[in-house]
Ligand binder design. Structure first.
Ligand code: ZN
Length: 118
């Protein structure tokens, strides 16, 4: 895989920054959804189940976003040291195409596949 050009790196860093602020907004907006369901609320059985289901979905979504935010922050930290775009598993360049699809990814496609099959 080729190393990023300066222009590609700058483009991806801009995307990381806008992703970061998007996710922060999202986390902010969903903060109230993931509070425990108040079981004393005078709502029917069905709507209580709905509320609990919605809550667990909101929680799963929040956790995925928190993980993504951590990856974005560490990618930005690497970028500030001029080390963005290299795989944390094998130190090879991750490649522009993969980073374009997921700029926060810490692994190249080979290492990612190896981790997922474990
Ligand atoms: Zn790798």
């Amino acid at each position: 895989m080729d190393e990023l050009t300066r222009a590609e790196e700058e483009e991806l860093i801009l995307e990381l920054k806008s992703l970061e602020s998007e996710i922060l907004l999202l986390l902010d907006a969903t903060a109230s959804d993931s509070k425990p369901v108040d079981l004393d609320l005078p709502i029917g059985r069905l709507s209580r189940m709905d509320a609990m289901q919605q809550q667990s979905m909101a929680k799963a979504g929040r956790e995925a976003n928190l993980l993504r935010l951590r990856q974005i922050k560490s990618a930005l930290a690497l970028a500030s040291e001029g080390e963005y775009g290299f795989c944390r598993g094998c130190d090879e360049p991750i490649g522009y195409k993969r980073l374009k699809a997921r700029p926060e990814t810490p692994f190249c496609i080979t290492c990612q596949a190896a981790r997922e099959s474990r």
